[in-house]
Design a protein around this ligand. Structure first.
Ligand code: FE2
Ligand code: FE2
Length: 145
């Protein structure tokens, strides 16, 4: 994560910082699932159902509107279209977790892989495809949301 932040441009540092939180959550899910402690799993699932969309919807919206949409005509197109689909899947899984704790490891693994793909395969290449003005717009929009 530290290496990823150092590589990316300052304009999207806010998004990258939130990736630290999403990786922590993803690892918590994966570890809870491994622990096989039903009570711990149920508590975490309830917490995610109650808080995930509140905590991450804005992050997803900023990525989709101000990052992914600008990459539609670039070689990253297929990656961002996959990442957009994953946002929907993550939000749906989070909604269901309280009722279906068996989905916890699927959710944790997807959140981890999703975040890593953005950190490693999308953010580091933004400077190649976006203008300085577009990068500045991402930064401004992020501040005011
Ligand atoms: Fe994302
Ligand atoms: Fe993200």
């Amino acid at each position: 994560m530290v290496i990823a932040i150092m590589k990316i441009i300052p304009e999207i540092i806010g998004l990258a910082r939130e990736h630290h939180q999403s990786l922590l959550l993803a690892n918590k899910c994966i570890n809870a699932e491994k622990s096989k402690q039903a009570e711990e799993i149920a508590g975490l699932c309830q917490q995610i159902t109650e808080t995930f969309s509140r905590d991450f919807l804005r992050h997803f919206d900023v990525e989709e509107q101000f990052v992914f949409n600008l990459l539609n005509d670039t070689p990253l197109y297929s990656k961002v279209s996959q990442l957009k689909k994953e946002h929907k899947i993550l939000l749906n899984l989070a909604k269901e977790l309280q009722q279906k704790p068996s989905l916890l490891s699927e959710f944790g693994l997807l959140l981890k892989n999703h975040t890593r793909m953005e950190d490693r395969e999308v953010f580091p290449f933004l400077t190649e495809f976006l203008t300085m003005q577009q990068l500045q717009d991402i930064k401004n929009q992020y501040k005011f949301l």
